[in-house]
Design a protein. Structure first.
Length: 218
C-alpha cells in the first residue's frame, strides 16, 4: 500500500471521512506486538483515522519483542506514531488508560470498528466480564453494548476452561475472537510475512481492500 496515495495534506480529518474509516486499535500485553504495529501502519496507509490505546503490559512486550521504543505519555506516543508511520496528524489519536473523556469511552462516541491486537488473556477476560477497569476494557465494552464491530486477536497457548468459556461468551455477544495463529500455506519467508498473514485477515474482516495477502483461490 502506498502511503502517498492515501494521506492528505490537512491536519484536520477530511469531512468525507466515513465512520467506517475510523478504527480503534488497542495493543495489550500478549506476545505479538508486531501484529498491532503493522495493523496501525496499514490502516494509516489506507487513509484511516486510528484511535490508539496501549496497555502498560503492552509497553513491556513492545520493548521485549521489537526494536521500537514507545513513549509512555500519550502526547509523546502520538507524535512518535505520526512520525513513525509518516501519518497526517489527524490520522493518529492516542488515548491514555484512564482518559475517561475519550470519545470511545461513551456510547455516543463508540468505536464503529475496534481491534484489540494483540489481545492478552487478561484483557479478553476483562472484556468478557464487562470489567471496564481501563479505557481499553471500557471502549471494548462500549463497542459490544452498542453492537459495533469488535475483533480480539488473542494469543495464548494452551487454553484452560475459563479461557474457552470467555471466548464463547464473547462470540455469543458478537465479538470476533481471532487467534493470532498464522497459516503456512502462503509459504512465508520471514516473520514479516507471518505478521502480514494475520494483519491481512484482520483488514479483510474490517472490510478494507488489502494487497498483503491474496484471498484463498486468487
Ligand atoms: C514478553 C511478554 C509476553 C507475554 N505474552 C503473553 C501472551 O502471549 N498472552 C497473554 O495472555 N499474556 C501474555 N503476557 C502476560 C500479560 O502481559 C499480562 O497478563 C498482563 O497483565 C496483561 O495486561 P493487559 O491485558 O492490561 O495488557 C506476556 C507478558 C510479557 C512481558
Amino acid at each position: 500500500m502506498s502511503h502517498s496515495e492515501t494521506t492528505l495534506a490537512s491536519s484536520k480529518a477530511p469531512s468525507s471521512l466515513s465512520a467506517d474509516q475510523r478504527v480503534t486499535v488497542a495493543l495489550t500485553g500478549a506476545s505479538g506486538a508486531q501484529y498491532g504495529i503493522r495493523l496501525i501502519e496499514c490502516l494509516v496507509a489506507l487513509g484511516c483515522e486510528v484511535s490508539v490505546m496501549v496497555s502498560k503490559a503492552a509497553q513491556v512486550v513492545i520493548a521485549t519483542e521489537t526494536e521500537e521504543s514507545f513513549p509512555s505519555a500519550s502526547d509523546k506516543l502520538q507524535a512518535y506514531l505520526v512520525e513513525r508511520f509518516k501519518a497526517e496528524s489527524w490520522q493518529i489519536k492516542v488515548y491514555g488508560r484512564e482518559n475517561w473523556m475519550a470519545p470511545v469511552a461513551s456510547g455516543s462516541g463508540a468505536p464503529h470498528k475496534m481491534v484489540v491486537c494483540p489481545c492478552s488473556t487478561g484483557t479478553l477476560s476483562a472484556i468478557a466480564t464487562a470489567a471496564s477497569n481501563n479505557l481499553i476494557e471500557r471502549a471494548a465494552d462500549v463497542a459490544l453494548k452498542e453492537r459495533r464491530q469488535l475483533i480480539l486477536v488473542h494469543r495464548e497457548a494452551p487454553y484452560h476452561e475459563v479461557h474457552l468459556q470467555h471466548m464463547l461468551t464473547l462470540t455469543r455477544m458478537g465479538a470476533l475472537v481471532m487467534p493470532a495463529s498464522p497459516g503456512f500455506y502462503h509459504n512465508p519467508q520471514s516473520i514479516e510475512d507471518m505478521v502480514d498473514f494475520i494483519v491481512a485477515r484482520i483488514l479483510d474482516q474490517l472490510g478494507f481492500e488489502q494487497k498483503l495477502m491474496p484471498k484463498w483461490g486468487e
